[in-house]
Ligand binder design. Structure first.
Ligand SMILES: *Cc1c(COP(=O)(O)O)cnc(C)c1O
Length: 498
């Protein structure tokens, strides 16, 4: 399988090159150049997560042997980093509705599903291509990617990791997770502004040829751990299949029965993996894109207008506080009939006017599989409380946005197909919002999120995930604060290049 750029100006190249490079030189994103492989479900039924993973992603990574593939998968998912034997278990809420828990990894958010795998893929790709340069993993984070990248790459030979997070845009627990990160090859810096500023700063560094040349002379080469990297998306396809297979294996659904997936969405990476899964033959009814008050995507799927000219809100689901969803470009490429000229035109309009409108045929194609709406913070808190009272189950705020939007979908369409909500974070990672939703106000008042962890555990009987238990006591190791324009300097300083 070869990979081409969504903007059409790069020679197709093998997966190893595409993942080492991260972003295409023409500013586009790498996508499979050939139609996606079809996956036969039947043979995967008796397999475990690791075996299913190897079988599903192997056709995308043809340069690797079966043994190499299995080794990567084993290091990612079989080495004890995940606290649940099923890796991504389903939790049944009722007959119709299931939660796919994607947060049993080391950082308690779904980013681990991909970022525990990516370092092994990059290492194997570097070995295969004879790449000697040290890979500099440059990442902008809305909170969860940064920590997951740091954990995935810490002390991985041949790599350095630099994470930029928006100073004001992450939760207290997310910040503490990042600034206490250990590892000899890691660096963390806060950036003044919001996630879009941090992401724009990282994209500018990637596009800076002079900087790249300077670093190349010193043996460094940038790559990305954001979901703009194909190696991030691919492992996310696996759990859509595993969820379906688990429902099939338990007799909950019949072979061929279509199910819906609800995905709390920010940068559009997670739900795009679901779209790819559907294109690979997974029986998917609707992909329900759940947004928070930063509701660009909800408007886009309802009207065909993508318009980032609007206020940016800081919400209680910070990992979804995004106005420019990078991965949408990959969907647009597919929906436009793989027309790079069209994609470039939309991206030009987005850059110059902050908005573009797709034509009716494209809109019809997206409406056939996507449905979208959004929920504000008050609704999110109410849903956490209601779900806890009805089912005794704690939702984190991102997953709760998913549940709120699912309720709207049911009410609007009457569709009662079996549905899986992707649960993207542990409720303990966002203890303050969750506590506010389920504990009496007097119990929460004046307490830090760290103080709320044991109260939540006690009230609900759910254990605090081990990585969060001692977090507050860890020493702070990273204190850099930079303006967006200073980001290149932060990179050079950390790498010791001047
Ligand atoms: C990253 C993240 C999301 C959004 O996922 P995208 O792939 O960026 O759309 C949702 N919830 C949580 C908890 C996240 O960390």
């Amino acid at each position: 399988m070869l990979y081409c750029s969504t903007r059409g100006e790069e020679q197709p190249r093998p997966a190893t090159r595409a993942v080492l490079q991260g972003l295409a030189q023409d500013g586009g994103l790498f996508v499979p150049a050939a139609p996606l492989p079809r996956v036969a479900l039947e043979p995967l039924l008796p397999l475990d997560y690791l075996q299913r993973a190897a079988a599903i992603i192997r056709p995308f990574l043809e340069e690797f042997s079966e043994a190499e593939m299995e080794s990567m998968v084993r290091k990612a998912y079989g080495g004890g980093a995940f606290r649940h034997p099923s890796i991504a278990p389903l939790h049944r809420l009722d007959d119709r509705l299931y939660l796919l828990e994607l947060w049993h990894g080391p950082t308690c958010a779904f980013k681990d599903m991909a970022l525990q795998f990516l370092p092994h893929l990059l290492n194997a790709a570097a070995a295969k291509t004879g790449e000697r340069a040290t890979a500099v993993i440059l990442t902008a984070t809305s909170g969860d990617t940064g920590k997951a990248a740091l954990e995935g790459f810490r002390d991985v030979p041949g790599t350095r990791v630099i994470v930029f997070y928006p100073e004001e845009g992450v939760s207290a627990i997310q910040r503490q997770q990042m600034v206490t990160q250990e590892g000899g090859n890691v660096h963390v810096a806060a950036v003044r502004g919001n996630f879009d500023d941090a992401q724009a700063g990282v994209k500018a560094i990637f596009a800076d040829g002079a900087l790249a040349d300077k670093l190349a002379c010193r043996g460094f080469k940038f790559t990305s751990a954001n979901s703009i990297n194909w190696g991030r998306l691919l492992p996310q396809v696996i759990y859509y299949f595993s969820a379906y297979l688990d429902l099939l294996a338990s007799g909950t659904i019949k072979a061929g029965e279509k199910i819906n997936f609800v995905v709390p969405t920010g940068n559009f990476g997670n739900i795009l993996a679901g779209y790819y899964a559907a294109r690979m033959g997974l029986p998917v009814g609707k992909l329900i894109c759940a947004a928070n008050q930063n509701n660009v995507l909800a408007e886009f799927f309802q009207t065909g207008l993508y318009n980032r000219n609007r206020p940016f809100y800081r919400t209680i689901s910070p990992s979804m506080d995004i106005l420019v969803s990078s991965n949408l470009e990959r969907l647009l490429f597919e929906l436009s009939g793989r027309d790079p000229a069209q994609v470039k035109e939309w991206m030009r309009l987005l850059k110059e006017k902050g908005a573009y409108q797709v034509h009716p045929a494209v809109f019809r194609a997206m409406a056939a599989i996507f449905w979208s709406d959004w929920a504000g913070d008050d609704e999110t808190i109410a849903v956490i409380g209601r779900t806890y009272r009805e089912y005794g189950y704690l939702l984190d705020p991102h997953t709760a946005v998913g549940k709120a939007v699912y309720d709207k979908y049911r009410a609007a369409t009457g569709d009662d197909s079996r549905t899986v909500i992707l649960s993207t974070a542990s409720p303990f990672k966002f203890a303050d919002s969750v506590a506010r939703a389920v504990l009496p106000p007097a119990q929460c008042a004046g307490r830090s999120p760290f103080e709320l962890l044991p109260l939540l555990a006690e009230a609900t009987g759910a254990p605090i995930p081990t990585p969060l238990q001692k977090l507050e006591q860890l020493p702070v190791r990273h204190r850099t604060l930079a303006r967006k324009e200073e980001m290149p300097k932060v990179v050079l300083d950390f790498l010791g290049v001047n």
